[in-house]
Design a protein around this ligand. Structure first.
Ligand SMILES: [Ca+2]
Ligand SMILES: [Ca+2]
Length: 204
């Protein structure tokens, strides 16, 4: 009896090994970790598309139109290149029945990566307001800039040439923001021409 026991044990051992291998191959593997939606690399500059409008159009921007505004133009002044965004003239609005559509805007969604070291993201843009009215009254129309619907900039007076505006975006690092430039008017008087150009986000 003892002589037959050894082959039986060897056979049992092989059978156990076979079962173990077979069962382990049936065990479901853990699902692969999905990539996070946030794909920017820390330290890489945020990507804002066509902030200088040199495509000659609003490529990269979502546009809300009121009457003939906004449009990319090369007839008037530009801060860089041939084109800037003409956001409104403070006088041209659309009247449709009882509804006035008097806001024109462009907006773009931008990922703001985490900074590398002490680097912080800085929004910068240039704006120009030309007063064509025969009055110095201001405040009847305006151009504003928003981040996630929070107003960070407003101008309603002539600027005597292009001016730069900068804004620290540190509090938005590691998130996605919606940047919006908007112009508004409520009447056909007091013409103020509103332009914006060279919208950038860089490290500083
Ligand atoms: Ca330009
Ligand atoms: Ca006006």
């Amino acid at each position: 009896m003892k002589q037959n026991k050894i082959p039986f044990l060897v056979l049992s051992a092989f059978l156990m090994l076979f079962l173990a291998v077979t069962l382990s191959s049936c065990v479901p593997t853990a699902p692969e970790l999905t990539e996070p939606n946030f794909t920017s690399t820390p330290g890489e500059p945020p990507v804002l598309v066509n902030g200088d409008f040199e495509t000659g159009d609003f490529t990269g921007w979502k546009v809300t139109t009121s009457n003939r505004f906004p449009y990319v133009q090369s007839d008037y002044l530009s801060h860089s290149g041939a084109y800037s965004a003409f956001m409104g003239d403070g006088a041209d609005y659309l009247w449709s029945g009882a509804t006035k559509t008097n806001t024109a805007s462009i907006e773009q969604t931008v990922e703001i990566p985490n900074g590398s070291g002490a680097l912080k993201p800085l929004l910068s843009f240039y704006y120009l307001v030309v007063n064509l009215s025969d009055t110095s009254e201001t405040g009847w129309d305006w151009m504003k800039v928003y981040i996630n619907d929070n107003e960070i900039f407003r101008v309603d007076n002539h600027t005597n040439g292009w001016k730069e505006f900068t804004y620290d975006l540190s509090s938005y690092m590691g998130s996605t923001i919606t940047l919006k430039v908007s112009s508004w008017t409520n009447d056909v008087n007091d013409r103020f021409l509103y332009f914006v150009d060279d919208i950038t986000i860089t490290w500083y």
